[in-house]
Design a protein around this ligand. Structure first.
Ligand SMILES: [Zn+2]
Ligand SMILES: [Zn+2]
Length: 356
C-alpha cells in the first residue's frame, strides 16, 4: 500500500510507492571514481591547496599530519570583506535593494567554505580510513566548528560530504566540507521552529522522542552503541536515508567529546558498510545538522548526522512539489542493512534499467 509520510522535523512529505520499483530507470547506478596520482590532497602536495586553517597530528604521524582543514580553492562564498556582527539582520524577506524594491532581495555572498582532508593517503571511500582515523576526522571537524563559533560574522555552519560523482564529488581523495553562513539556513530554521513548537506543546525534545520511538518499534534500527542510535528515517527521501542520533540530548555537534567522536566513528563506519552491502556501494551525501552558533537552543534542538544514499533521481514532481517518491520502504532497507544482504529490488531495477 502506498503511503504519504510527513517528517515533523523538516516538514517534507515522502510518498512511499513500492510499486514503482518495477519502473525502469529509477536508479542512477553510475558512481565510478578515477583516482588521481597528482592529487592535491595527498601528503607531499600541501602547497597545491590554499591556506590551511587547522591541522591534526596523531602520535603515529608526528612528522606529518592526520587531518588538514584548508580553504576551498573554488569557494561557494567569498571571505567577508569587512567585519560584521552575526546579529546584523539578514532576513531576506525584509530586505530591499538599492531602488527600495523588495523584488530582488540580495545580501553579500560571504562566508567560509573549507575542505576537511580526511587522510594524508589517497583513500577514496570513508570506510578505508579505519575507526581511529575517522575519529580524528570527526574530532578535528568538531574543533573547527567550535573555532568558528568564536568568529562574530557567522550564524550557522553546514558540514557535509559528497561521496561519489553522483553525489557531487569532484575530487576522489576522501574529504568533507564545511560552509559557514551569515544566516540560519532554511532547513535549520524549519527544524528549529518545529522543535521549539514541540517543546512548547509537550515539554519534550522532538528528536529525543523520535529516537525513543525508533528504539521501541525497532524495525528501522540498523546499529546502536552506548552513545548513538542509527536508524533508517521514517520518511526517508532516498532509499536507505539513515540518521545517526546522539542518545543524550545535545544541541551542538561541536560539544562532542573525543570518546564520543570515537563511538560516532564506529557507528558511522558500520552504517556505511551496511549501506555498501544493502545498496551495492552507493554514492551518498552526509550532513551534520547542528544548532546555530549563537542563541539558546539547549532545550529543544538536538543534533544529528544524516546519510543520504543517492539512489533515485529527483525529477519534475520532486522539484515542483518539494515532495519525494521512494520505491522502497525504509523498513525493508533497514532489514537488509541489519542482515547484511543486498536489496533485491535494487538489483532488479538495475537489470531493468540496463535492458531498457
Ligand atoms: Zn589524494
Ligand atoms: Zn533531544
Amino acid at each position: 500500500m502506498n503511503e504519504i509520510r510527513y517528517d515533523p522535523l523538516s516538514g517534507h512529505r515522502v510518498l512511499i510507492a513500492e510499486g514503482r520499483a518495477d519502473r525502469p530507470r529509477d536508479f542512477d547506478i553510475s558512481h565510478s571514481v578515477d583516482s588521481n596520482l597528482d592529487c592535491p590532497f595527498c601528503a607531499g602536495n600541501e602547497n597545491q591547496t590554499p591556506d590551511e586553517v587547522l591541522r591534526a597530528n596523531t602520535p603515529d604521524t608526528a612528522d606529518g599530519w592526520a587531518v588538514r582543514i584548508v580553504r576551498n580553492k573554488f569557494p561557494a562564498l567569498s571571505l567577508p570583506s569587512a567585519p560584521r556582527h552575526r546579529k546584523e539582520d539578514l532576513a531576506l524577506d525584509r530586505l530591499s535593494d538599492a531602488s527600495g524594491s523588495n523584488a530582488n532581495p540580495t545580501v553579500r555572498g560571504e562566508g567560509l567554505h573549507e575542505v576537511i582532508i580526511e587522510s594524508p593517503e589517497h583513500h577514496i571511500r570513508t570506510t578505508e580510513l579505519g575507526v581511529t582515523q575517522l575519529t580524528t576526522v570527526l574530532h578535528t571537524t568538531a574543533n573547527r566548528l567550535e573555532q568558528i563559533r568564536g568568529l562574530s560574522e557567522f550564524q550557522s555552519v553546514q558540514i557535509f560530504k559528497n561521496d561519489g560523482p553522483v553525489a557531487g564529488a569532484t575530487i576522489a581523495h576522501t574529504h568533507s566540507q564545511l560552509i559557514a553562513l551569515p544566516m540560519i539556513t532554511p532547513s535549520l530554521s524549519r527544524e528549529l521552529t518545529a522543535m521549539a513548537l514541540h517543546r512548547e506543546q509537550t515539554q519534550h525534545c522532538l528528536l529525543c522522542e523520535m529516537q525513543e520511538n525508533e528504539i521501541r518499534v525497532g524495525k528501522r534500527i540498523v546499529a546502536e552503541n552506548v552513545a548513538f542510535t542509527a536508524f533508517c528515517a521514517f520518511a526517508g527521501r532516498q532509499p536507505g536515508e539513515t540518521w545517526i542520533v546522539p542518545k543524550t540530548h545535545q544541541p551542538d555537534f561541536s560539544a562532542t567529546p573525543f570518546d564520543d567522536c570515537r563511538l560516532l566513528a564506529e557507528i558511522l563506519d558500520q552504517v556505511l558498510r551496511q549501506l555498501d552491502v544493502a545498496l551495492t556501494v552507493p554514492a551518498y551525501n552526509s550532513m551534520i545538522h547542528s544548532a546555530p552558533l549563537e542563541g539558546d537552543f539547549a532545550d529543544h534542538y538536538h543534533w544529528r548526522m544524516v546519510i543520504l544514499p543517492r539512489i533515485t533521481t529527483q525529477a519534475g514532481f520532486e522539484w515542483g512539489s518539494g515532495c519525494f517518491i521512494t520505491p522502497i520502504a525504509p523498513e525493508r532497507i533497514a532489514n537488509a542493512m541489519r542482515h547484511g544482504v543486498t536489496e533485491a529490488i535494487r538489483a532488479n531495477i538495475q537489470m531493468t534499467s540496463r535492458a531498457s
